[in-house]
Design a protein around this ligand. Structure first.
Ligand code: C2E
Ligand code: CA
Ligand code: CA
Ligand code: CA
Length: 277
């Protein structure tokens, strides 16, 4: 039976061969997308909960596919990881991100931009030199560049992660543990990492008003983070009720649709001027 995916491709479910064909097509197209300038940088605001002011943005990549339209990274990041395409993709995001962060810096808008790195980036021997090169090219202030690494990426190869994070930290950037709560990291391990903040995974935040279990996880993560001298960011703040609960719990930073959707990087400063935040 024919089915349309979000990619806009008709495919016939149930056949492994056809799934393989589709994946191969997408991989080829993704390779083209990176070289043909089909990627777009989107940014989502983060708000400081105490002041209610914008305190930064997260860089989120999109794929402007010539036929399918805007494709979200949920559909192609995993594919890129498997196809060995994450390195060129990350390099693209780094260049676009540093360029945008520099534009904000030049216009007097001091908004740190956080860039997502994937597990494989921690094994990219050119990563650190590339980042150093971008700092040299643009002259970004280090405190306006941040990196997010998922808890599971850090647990993949703890020794390698510690090494790369330490070198990043020597550049005076800020480091975030992303999707916190979905991996199985131990407190003793976390304490060794030179990170500045943890981001509570959105699955817990989105359900914290409806589910007591989620509320307990969010509350204890905020306490744990603060006990370790880390700032705590909640992602997936979708409505005011969640915001209120997080404020009561002393969460530092909020990100989510209640505050703002990801928008094109070039529109971010206009958005900020006209938003209530
Ligand atoms: P993430 O790093 O956890 O990013 C947050 C995701 O949650 C984003 O999805 C964002 O649009 C979405 N989101 C934000 N607020 C809300 C909310 O209130 N409710 C809900 N339901 N969702 C919200 P997006 O942009 O589709 O990205 C998905 C994932 O793809 C990201 O998850 C990240 O793991 C990965 N990704 C995105 N951009 C990059 C990138 O440049 N490099 C790498 N390596 N991964 C990226
Ligand atoms: Ca992230
Ligand atoms: Ca996340
Ligand atoms: Ca405003």
């Amino acid at each position: 039976q024919a089915r349309r995916t979000a990619m806009g491709y008709a495919l016939y479910a149930g056949s492994l061969d056809e799934d393989c064909t589709r994946r191969l097509t997408l991989m080829g197209e993704l390779r083209r997308a990176i070289t043909n300038d089909e990627l777009r940088l989107y940014c989502q605001p983060k708000v400081d909960m105490a002041s209610g002011r914008v305190c930064g943005a997260e860089a989120l990549v999109r794929w402007q596919h010539p036929q399918a339209g805007l494709v979200s990274p949920g559909e192609f990041i995993k594919l890129a990881e498997r196809a060995g395409l994450i390195t060129p993709l990350t390099h693209w995001v780094l260049e676009a991100g540093f360029c945008q962060a520099y534009a904000w810096q030049e216009s007097g808008l001091d908004r740190p931009l956080s860039i997502n790195l994937s597990a494989q980036d921690l094994h990219d021997p050119s990563l650190l030199d590339r980042i150093r090169g971008l700092f040299a090219t643009w002259g970004n202030r280090p405190e306006l560049i941040q990196f997010e690494l998922t808890e599971s990426a850090l647990m993949d190869d703890p020794a390698g992660a510690l090494e790369t994070l330490s070198r990043l930290k020597q550049m005076d950037v800020e480091l975030f543990i992303d999707d916190y709560g979905t991996g199985y990291s131990s407190l003793s391990y976390l304490q060794k990492l030179p990170v500045d903040a943890i981001k509570i995974d959105q699955s817990f935040v989105m359900s914290m008003v409806a589910s007591d279990d989620s509320a307990i996880i969010v509350r204890s993560t905020i306490e744990l983070g603060h006990n370790l001298d880390l700032r705590v960011v909640a992602e997936g703040v979708e409505n005011e009720a969640i915001w209120e609960r997080l404020a009561t719990l002393g969460c530092d930073t909020a990100q989510g649709y209640f505050i703002g959707m990801p928008i094109q990087a070039g529109e971010f400063s206009d958005w900020e001027t006209h938003s209530r935040w």
